[in-house]
Design a protein. Structure first.
Length: 204
């Protein structure tokens, strides 16, 4: 505090660090709240969960659509980064399975977020579909090159299958274990199988 009783201004770098932390907290709270309540979730609730005031939220994200776009961009950036990281830390099979589980969680937690952005002119900053496609190709191509994934499967096939699971096991679905079981069936179908020796006797 200064001699005249005023609080000294916060240095520029500290303000920037505080702003970054607030933005990160807001994105984390928005991811959680949108996943629970959908794209029309209360912005005041998001601010409350982030531990900031509504004014701070609006300084970072002037509109609901701006916040939605930032959340979607952040989630897809995480999927891209995970695909890159898995390519150096996991076996091709493990990388493919781990990334597909993460993508399924993303698709099941969307709750209309992507659709709400498609009805506006707001651009999240990049082609979301292309980014996901490239991440899927990253993990799939490694498994195909290793000979553990079928060569006739495409990244688009995997994305559509995972999205189909997400759509068919929505929020009112009564069996919480079914999404993982369905994805396990997809992964089983994608993996290559060694040629089996013909049976000595024909099947009955």
């Amino acid at each position: 505090m200064t001699a005249d009783g005023r609080t000294p201004p916060v240095p520029g770098p500290q303000r920037r660090a505080d702003a970054r932390r607030n933005r990160e907290r807001l994105l984390a709270a928005a991811r959680e709240t949108f996943a629970e309540e959908g794209p029309d979730a209360s912005l005041n609730e998001i601010a409350r969960r982030a531990g900031v005031g509504p004014g701070t939220l609006y300084r970072h994200f002037p509109t609901r659509q701006a916040l939605q776009a930032a959340v979607l961009a952040d989630r897809i950036d995480r999927l891209r980064a995970q695909a890159d990281g898995l390519s150096t830390t996991s076996s091709p099979d493990e990388a493919l399975a781990t990334w597909l589980r993460a993508f399924l969680a993303h698709a099941r937690g969307d709750h209309g977020l992507t659709g709400s952005l498609l009805t506006t002119s707001l651009d999240p900053g990049f082609d979301c579909h292309k980014a996901i496609q490239e991440a899927a190709e990253n993990v799939l191509s490694r498994a195909q090159q290793a000979g553990t994934a079928r060569p006739d499967v495409s990244a688009d096939d995997l994305i559509r299958l995972a999205v189909g699971i997400a759509l068919s096991t929505g929020e009112h679905h009564t069996d919480p274990t079914q999404p993982d079981r369905l994805l396990a069936l997809v992964l089983d179908a994608v993996r290559t199988r060694p040629d089996r020796e013909p049976s000595a006797e024909p099947p009955p």
